[in-house]
Ligand binder design. Structure first.
Ligand code: SAM
Length: 220
């Protein structure tokens, strides 16, 4: 278990200032980033990297997302403290820990078993209580739907219809969609039983969403 010292808090304040300068405005999101010790997700030797605004390898060919990306996606969700949220791609557990600062109702699913096991251990060690699942989350978690918000933290080839169906009316799906080298961030809002709006934001670069509604794991 790592400790969170005064100097770490100072590094987070600097990071939050950078995120503000880059355009993040939601105070709850900025407060959540300032609260979660990102260095807990890194080996001790990589402390400096933990508070740079950069993605970083977490093993298994996967990455902990860049803080700006985490903040941007979380801001797009327009999160409320009562929201029931599904995160697809637990990875290190960092994004999930940020979501948990705003709402306690977080479900998170990870495809990669070693990463899943590590994240579960992390949550237990640091007293966090998301609902954790191992498996292919590309089609959501139908047995626990509906959700107010769904966030996908891996790049998808398209918007899986099953995810939209798992949104409440008024619910929001934030998902990066595109090719393997870059994706557009999309926000899909379910406005009625049958209607949706789609907004397109900046370009990002995510590791691929695998599984049934993702990229074919066999050909990656
Ligand atoms: N949210 C993570 C964090 O805060 O560290 C970063 C996620 S990383 C960019 C993307 C994650 O999505 C990887 O851990 C990968 O194994 C996972 N993933 C890819 N396809 C998936 C699927 N079909 N279902 C669940 N997780 C998936």
């Amino acid at each position: 278990m790592q400790t969170d010292l005064y100097r770490h808090k100072g590094m987070r304040r600097t990071l939050v200032k950078q995120l503000r300068d880059k355009g993040i405005r939601d105070e709850r999101v900025l407060a959540a980033i300032e609260t979660v010790p990102r260095h807990f997700f890194f080996e001790k030797a990589f402390l400096e990297q933990a508070y740079q605004d950069k993605a970083f390898p977490i093993g298994e060919g996967q990455t902990i997302s860049q803080p700006y990306t985490v903040a941007f996606q979380t801001e797009l969700l327009k999160l409320k403290s009562t929201d029931k949220v599904l995160e697809i791609g637990t990875g290190s557990g960092y994004q999930c820990s940020v979501l948990l600062q705003i709402t306690p109702h977080v479900y998170t699913i990870e495809y990669n078993k070693p990463l899943y096991d590590k994240a579960v251990k992390f949550f237990k060690t640091y007293g966090l209580f998301p609902q954790t699942f191992h498996g292919d989350g590309s089609e959501g978690l139908p047995q626990y739907a509906p959700f107010d918000k769904i966030i996908v933290t891996a790049g998808a080839p398209g918007v899986p219809k099953s995810l939209i169906r798992q949104l409440n009316i008024g619910g929001i799906l934030v998902i990066p969609v595109g090719g393997e080298s870059s994706q557009k961030m999309l926000r899909i809002t379910r406005t009625s039983e049958t209607e949706f709006t789609k907004e397109e934001f900046d370009t990002f670069k995510f590791v691929p969403l695998l599984g049934k509604s993702g990229w074919d794991a066999e050909t990656m």
